[in-house]
Design a protein around this ligand. Sequence first.
Ligand code: ADP
Length: 263
Amino acid sequence: QHLTASRPRNPFGEGTLTQIYAVASGKGGVGKSTITANLAVGLAERGLAVGLIDADIHGFSIPGLLGITAKPTKVEDLIMPPVAYGVKVMSIGMFLDSDQPVAWRGPMLHRALEQFVTDVYWGDLDVLLIDLPPGTGDIAISTSQLLPTAQLLVITTPEHTAAQVAARAGQLSTQTNQPVTGVIENMGPMRLPDGSIVEVFGSGGGQAVSQRLTQVLGKDVPLLGSIPLDPVLRADSEVGTPTVVTSADAPAGQALNTIVDQL
Ligand code: ADP
């Protein structure tokens, strides 16, 4: 037994009972982190034990989105994650000054993610969400190795070009053997108070990615919902309150809750 003691055990390896969702996007700025934070809080609101790993190491934003200023604490050799809105959260941002850039290379990124998985006291989680960096780089591959049962959620905007890139990110799952749970469209058509609909980023991207991945993977990859462009979501993110609970009646809050109910 002492032979294995020196190697930290991965509580989220093969055979884990925790449902793991890695949230992916083709490019940055599509709202991936905002949605991941809100889905985590929404699931915790429903009584589940939820953890969230901010694996967007170069572009970490989860602490700000959930208003976390607390640092992780150490108890013996375990790291205790801060808790916000019922969600246990780990982010590299908690170890840095917020204006300090992260310039790490692949092996260091892998090691950081590995530590988040094995050295943090997560307890028994029902759900673990991973906010992946945009695209199909090192971390996406490390995630598939460290969290072999993770399923992907793919975020896209309604734009045609964005949808093509998002579909590519989803297709990486054929190489990593990860199932794709579904597609979430963000920054979708918004309804103005006079009832008219404004499509700032066009429409149809979520449907297009869903169809494309269904075709390529040979398995139904549903569109779980479209979150409209909504100034409430942007303002909530800025002050670090999750729309899914603090503005549940706003259009984006309603759409987010509908998606949480499907997970
Ligand atoms: P990513 O993680 O994909 O880089 P972010 O989650 O950081 O994207 O979101 C980018 C910006 O867009 C943030 O300022 C966020 O508040 C804003 N945003 C995201 N989704 C919406 C939306 N549905 N309506 C309005 N603003 C949004």
